[in-house]
Design a protein around this ligand. Sequence first.
Ligand code: PLP
Length: 428
Amino acid sequence: MTYQNTLELAKNLDLNDPLKQYRSSFLFPQHDGNDVLYFCGNSLGLQPKSVRDHINMELDDWAKHGVEGHFQATNPWFSYHENFLEPLSKLVGAMSSEVGLMNSLTTNLHLLMVSFYRPTKERFKIICEDDCFPSDSYVLASQIKYHGYDPNDALIRLKPRVGEYCLRTEDIINEIKKHGNSLALVMMGGVNYYTGQVFDMKTIARVSHETGAMCGFDLAHAVGNIGLELHEWNVDFACWCTYKYLNSGPGGVSGYFVHDRHGNNPDLPRFVGWWGNDPATRFKMGKEFVPAYGAGGWQLSNAPVLAMAAHKASLEIFEEAGLENLIIKSKNLTGYLEFIIETINQSLNKTQNSITVITPKEQSERGCQLSLIFEKNGRSIHHELTKNGIIADWREPNVIRLAPAPLYNTYEDVYRFGEILSSIIVGS
Ligand SMILES: *Cc1c(COP(=O)(O)O)cnc(C)c1O
């Protein structure tokens, strides 16, 4: 695609965008009577207009049926979670028996590590990326301590080479091999939250297994953003939140994946609850746990229907739009953002600020997010952007993250962002 930094081109691209109707399915915060330029779908996706009706339907059924709603509701709550398995499995490249929904992301990470982090004196180390999300750092370190090991010995953090921002796959592989005999688990983000780098999950899983380690991914920034083939890649387990690219509302229910080869292994230790029991005997109220088939056997509790109703509304939009179509637009839209930033950079003279995009240039190594570092005044530039109705996010120590989401962002959003950013830099 050839780009130009003109409103005309941006409008033209929007006009020819096969997904253009979806923008009107979302509610935009307002700034001076206009929609904001929203680039924070990687942090909290916008609210689909259909969410309210979906939640109201459950409220109405609750009012009408009380406890009978478990069987009498329009979408019976007893099997409510089953509505999600098919669409979720498509989003992550899994069989429907390999996925589930429950709790929050951090909780699920802990629960899955109960099964997949089983350290021994010989094998106790975990490899993660150095700048992983703080919650993941805390989970990994606390799990290590819980098992009686010291995170200083057991947690191996992968750092980029000096002068680089992203990790090279060859360096990740070498580090996995180096610790091979003492490695219990490789646990990384699928897409790094800070740099937006997509990791080569297939290769990482393969090399981890060759050394005898397990391999899991936190897909908070990957799901709904990039194509995933978790089953094919042989990933052992994964989990994600649904309120970022999947637009399911603040603190929305989390999704998880357990590969089929583990799903029916009764020897794998796990923390269990009644909703993980085989549905055929769940209500016999027995004393012995009989695991449901596959990932369902990890579920603990009955479904949080009100939170899941929002997720249901949002997944219906994904189903209709099609992830493959969204990814095509995402590449073009983020490519346009990259082009606009390069154009601004080239227009600046040496005494003015300069922008470095730390996200990989290669399309296969990124999703829709670009992370920007400004040579100077990053924080005040972010402040000015906000004052001008642009919602982007600032991450310590010095990054502005922008994520044009293909479901609701337009080329015009990106063009207007460039116009405002350019005037802020030139005027400062
Ligand atoms: C957003 C995010 C989280 C958030 O965890 P919650 O348990 O949902 O609060 C955790 N890990 C990563 C990598 C994230 O991007």
